[in-house]
Design a protein around this ligand. Structure first.
Ligand SMILES: Nc1nc2c(ncn2[C@@H]2O[C@H](COP(=O)(O)OP(=O)(O)OP(=O)(O)O)[C@@H](O)[C@H]2O)c(=O)[nH]1
Ligand SMILES: [Mg+2]
Length: 244
């Protein structure tokens, strides 16, 4: 980077629901990687003091931000709120990252590097076999199967469509009709990537390792899986009818 060039404006958006045990470790890991990033937490009125802990960090570090929502409204709408916040400001790159350290913040520079040749960079668990640590086999089969299923129906050559570790170039979130995004669980990840690719944006997968959470509780539910199974068909129909 030449002397004159200012550092890229990167925002990492982290949705939180009862992640108190993970916040300190997550922030120190983000701060120990090389790239300067701002962090925006979207907290849905966590009952374990997550928001207060985040605010105690904000008091010491003005590059950390929080949007508080009155109740648990789902991961998808949390990201849409974060993207809206980012687009009201001058961020050039917007990341998605879970709060439970399943996504390793040390990978952030690799996402930025890949985003120099792509518009959406997807952290993929399934490029070279299966890179998931400590997930129960049932969960692994469900996730892998969901990705094969979605890839075939949507006709996209992406191995990991349901992953939540991503970097978008600002233009993508400006062009994708975010107000038409209806998904809220895993299908939110599928829908956003599919809409970006349908608009002609370049999507690139980079290899990541996904670590099962060691603290806090999963928000995964049967409702989230059911939503994804049907949403994939709805997306395909809308695309075929040119009404995506
Ligand atoms: N704001 C907000 N965050 C949420 C909501 N549901 C999940 N999250 C956050 O989204 C991220 C992913 O949720 P997880 O429960 O880890 O989903 P998962 O990774 O599929 O499940 P595990 O493997 O068990 O961790 C975490 O940071 C959660 O705190 C929600 O309704 N609102
Ligand atoms: Mg998780």
């Amino acid at each position: 980077m030449s002397e004159t060039q200012s550092p890229p404006r990167i925002l990492v958006v982290v949705p939180t629901y009862n992640e108190h045990e993970n916040i300190d470790r997550l922030l120190s890991k983000i701060r120990s990687q090389a790239l300067k990033v701002d962090i925006l937490f979207i907290d849905d009125n966590s009952q374990d003091g997550t928001a207060d802990l985040i605010k105690s960090h904000i008091a010491k570090d003005s590059t950390i931000h929080i949007v508080e929502r009155p109740g648990k409204m789902g991961l998808g709408t949390a990201y849409l709120a974060g993207f809206k916040w980012a687009l009201e400001r001058d961020y050039q790159y917007i990341m998605e990252m879970d709060a439970d350290l399943s996504h390793d913040p040390a990978e952030i520079p690799r996402f930025y590097e890949a985003a120099q040749e792509a518009d959406v960079v997807l952290g993929s668990r399934y490029i070279t076999g299966v890179n998931v640590i400590n997930w129960p086999l049932k969960r692994l089969i469900l996730s892998y199967g969901a990705n094969v299923y979605a890839g075939i129906i949507l006709g996209v050559k992406i191995k990991d469509l349901t992953g939540g570790f991503k970097m978008f170039r600002r233009e993508v979130l400006e062009k994708v009709a975010l107000d038409r995004v209806k998904s809220n669980g895993y299908s939110f990840q599928i829908e956003l990537t599919f809409r970006a690719m349908t608009l002609g944006f370049r999507a690139k997968e980079i290899n990541i390792i996904f670590y099962d959470r060691t603290a806090g509780h999963s928000k995964m539910s049967k409702k989230i899986v059911r939503e994804a199974i049907f949403m994939v068909w709805k997306l395909k129909m809308r695309q075929l009818l040119g009404r995506l």
